[in-house]
Design a protein around this ligand. Sequence first.
Ligand code: ATP
Ligand code: MG
Length: 251
Amino acid sequence: MIELKNLSYRYGENHALKDINLTVNKGEKIVILGVNGSGKSTLLKVINGLIFPEKGEYLYKGRKITKKAFRDRDFAKSFRKEVVLLFQNPDNMLFNPTVYDEIAFGLRQLGIEDKDRIKIWAGRLKIDHLLDRSPFELSGGEKQKVCLASLLVLEPEVLLLDEPTANLDPASTDWLIEFLSELDKTIITTTHNLFIAGELGKRSVVLGENHKIIYDGDMEDFLSDRDLLKKANLIYKHFFAYYQKGEEYGR
Ligand SMILES: Nc1ncnc2c1ncn2[C@@H]1O[C@H](COP(=O)(O)OP(=O)(O)OP(=O)(O)O)[C@@H](O)[C@H]1O
Ligand SMILES: [Mg+2]
């Protein structure tokens, strides 16, 4: 469904992604790991067709995703509905006067006005009590849920989630993990949180500080490999102690 071939991306002189080869099949749940600045957000932006590779190519359902491809209005419309990105910072996504309008916005762009659908998704994300509020006055976690509702209401095929649990408390994090595991969609999630990474997907893709993929495979194998964690610079001094304790407590 998603194919990245020898793909590189630079901001000016600086590489953010180098020689990325990645294939994602329909229905897969993948977790992208990597230290700050390794290129996780950039990778999601490429897959979302917001920025385009400097080298290599990106194919979505066999079609090459380039700036030119988006000049085809029908393609642009269907791609924007099918592949959606939850930004790392929810403030970058919110601009409507009310939560209701925020969720309705994407649908309106597609020419759809569907109150019931908006209410259903607000209910599923447990934000129905916020529909009349201004999105700017909400807490970080509430904002993240509003952003997620505004994407899910489009009923996309591919969900790209950039640090979706960053603003969530433990109860909301638990809820989101379960919610996502029940969603029958292709989901690519980035996270810093190794303690929940394994619950967000079975396959992990790890970006190194060199902006290349240094691991692509089973999540559990990665989390139990001290050398690989060190290579990715993702090891916490207390990670193993905590991880083992977690297992003792059945986490
Ligand atoms: N708009 C931009 N202009 C210039 N450089 C950028 C821009 N966005 C990101 N970068 C640089 O590209 C590299 C990758 O950034 P990116 O945001 O993709 O990393 P990340 O893995 O998502 O980091 P974090 O964990 O902090 O969210 C970093 O070196 C960053 O400084
Ligand atoms: Mg990021």
